[in-house]
Design a protein around this ligand. Structure first.
Ligand SMILES: [Fe+2]
Ligand SMILES: [Fe+2]
Length: 389
C-alpha cells in the first residue's frame, strides 16, 4: 500500500493518515510512505517504535510494517467488562473507566470498597434510575408557595416544628447515600447513578421543608437530642447493607406513612404538597433498598441474621434516649386534630394511633418481603426507633 503525505508532517496530523492506512493492512504487511516533510524519516522511526510497528528505510524508501495488534502502548490492556453485563467483582484497576472500555496497562488502581456485585447490585437499578430522572421536579414551580395560610398561630408553630424535624431527617437521608455513592465501584454505574439522584431528591426535600417552615417564621423550631441521637446511629453505620436496611427499608419506609399522613392532615395546601412530592420520591428510595437487599440476601442468606442484629443493636443504643420525638408527636397530634376542641383532640389522637399502626404494618410487610417470618418481622418492627427514620 502506498501512502502519500505530501508535505504534511507527522507532528501536523499525518499520523492519523498513517494509522488509518495501517488499519487497512494485515499484521506484517507494509505501507510505503512518501512525503516531503522535513525529518520525516526520523519522526517515522520514533513513532513506529512507540506504536509497536517496524520501520524500514531502504535508501530513502520509507516503509512501515504493521506490528501485532497487542503491541505498543496497548500491550497488556484490559477490557473493563461488557457494556451491558456486570461482573461478580469489579477490578480496582478499571478505576473510573466505563464498562467495556479498554483500559491501558499501568492505569492507577482505585480503592472502591464496594466492588462485589452481590453487595450493591439490583436488576431494578437502571429502571429506577430512569424513573427518578423522569420524575425530577422543580421546587419553585411544583409547590403552590402563594397559597393562603389561614390557620391560627399555634397550628403554624406545629407545622414549623414538624418541618424542623423533617429537615434533619432528610439531611441524614442525604449524607448517607452520598457517602456510599463514592464507595461503589463505578462498574456498577446504574447503582451509583441511582444513589446520586437519590441524594438530589433529598436536597430538594431539605429545600422545600425549610422553605415551608420559614414562610411565616424567622427561624426553625426545636431540634431534640433524642431525634439527633437516633439519626446519628444511622449516620455512623459503616456497612452498606445494614445502613440501607435501617435507612431505606425501615426508616424511609416508615416515613412514607408519615408523609402521606401530613399530606392528608396538613392545615394548608403548601404543607400538603411538599409532603406529597417528597413521598413520591421516597417510594423509589424504599424500592431500591428492598431490591438490592433482596438480591444480597439471595446471594448470602446469613445477611438476614445480621440485619436483625442491627435492629437490636440500634434499639439497645437508643433505649436510654428519653422523650424521643415528644415535640414532633405533639405537633402531629395538633395537626391531626385541627383544633383545640377535646373531641377534635381525641380524633387527632386516634389518627395518630392509626398512623403508627400503618407504619408498623408497612415495616412488617417489607420485612416479610426480605424473607423474615411474620413473627420475626413483627418483633423487629416493634424495635424500630420512635423517631420513625
Ligand atoms: Fe427525603
Ligand atoms: Fe429518601
Amino acid at each position: 500500500m502506498l501512502l502519500i503525505l505530501g508535505d504534511l508532517g507527522l507532528n501536523e496530523g499525518a499520523h492519523l493518515l498513517l494509522k488509518r492506512a495501517l488499519a487497512g493492512v494485515a499484521v506484517g504487511d507494509v505501507v510505503l510512505v512518501e512525503g516531503s516533510a522535513p525529518e520525516l524519516a526520523v519522526h517515522l522511526r520514533g513513532w513506529c517504535r512507540a506504536q509497536g510497528h517496524e520501520f524500514v528505510d531502504e535508501g530513502g524508501r520509507l516503509q512501515v510494517r504493521r506490528g501485532s495488534a497487542q503491541s505498543g502502548r496497548w500491550r497488556g490492556a484490559e477490557r473493563a467488562g461488557e457494556a451491558t453485563k456486570v461482573v461478580e467483582q469489579a477490578n480496582p484497576t478499571w478505576g473510573l473507566a466505563g464498562r467495556s472500555a479498554t483500559v491501558e496497562a499501568g492505569a492507577p488502581s482505585f480503592d472502591f470498597p464496594l466492588r462485589v456485585r452481590d453487595e450493591v447490585w439490583a436488576e431494578e437499578a437502571a429502571r429506577l434510575y430512569a424513573q427518578a430522572a423522569a420524575a425530577q421536579w422543580d421546587p419553585a414551580t411544583a409547590i403552590p408557595w402563594d397559597a393562603p395560610i389561614e390557620h391560627p398561630d399555634e397550628v403554624e408553630d406545629a407545622v414549623v416544628q414538624v418541618m424542623t424535624y423533617l429537615v434533619e431527617n432528610e439531611t441524614a437521608a442525604l449524607i448517607i447515600p452520598a457517602r456510599f455513592t463514592a464507595q461503589i465501584h463505578p462498574h456498577f454505574r446504574e447503582v451509583m447513578q441511582l444513589l446520586a439522584i437519590q441524594v438530589a431528591d433529598e436536597a430538594r426535600h431539605i429545600e422545600v421543608f425549610t422553605r415551608r417552615a420559614l414562610l411565616r417564621r424567622p427561624r426553625l423550631g426545636l431540634s431534640t437530642a433524642g431525634a439527633q441521637t437516633s439519626l446519628k446511629t444511622l449516620v455512623d453505620e459503616p456497612d452498606f447493607a445494614l445502613s440501607s436496611f435501617l435507612l431505606s427499608v425501615l426508616g424511609e419506609g416508615t416515613f412514607l406513612s408519615l408523609l402521606w399522613f401530613l399530606h392528608e392532615f396538613a392545615p394548608d395546601p403548601i404543607t400538603s404538597e411538599v409532603a406529597r412530592m417528597a413521598a413520591q420520591d421516597e417510594a423509589r428510595h424504599v424500592a431500591f433498598g428492598l431490591a438490592h437487599l433482596t438480591h444480597h440476601i439471595q446471594a448470602d442468606p446469613t445477611l438476614k441474621e445480621r440485619l436483625a442484629m442491627a435492629v437490636h443493636r440500634r434499639h439497645d443504643a437508643l433505649a436510654h434516649s428519653a422523650g424521643l420525638n415528644e415535640e414532633v408527636f405533639d405537633a402531629l397530634l395538633l395537626l391531626a386534630a385541627g383544633s383545640w376542641q377535646p373531641d377534635d383532640l381525641r380524633r387527632g389522637w386516634q389518627r395518630i394511633q392509626k398512623l403508627e399502626s400503618d407504619m408498623d404494618e408497612g415495616r412488617r410487610k417489607r420485612l416479610q418481603r426480605l424473607g423474615f417470618a411474620s413473627g420475626d418481622a413483627a418483633q423487629l418492627s416493634s424495635l424500630h426507633t420512635r423517631n420513625f427514620m
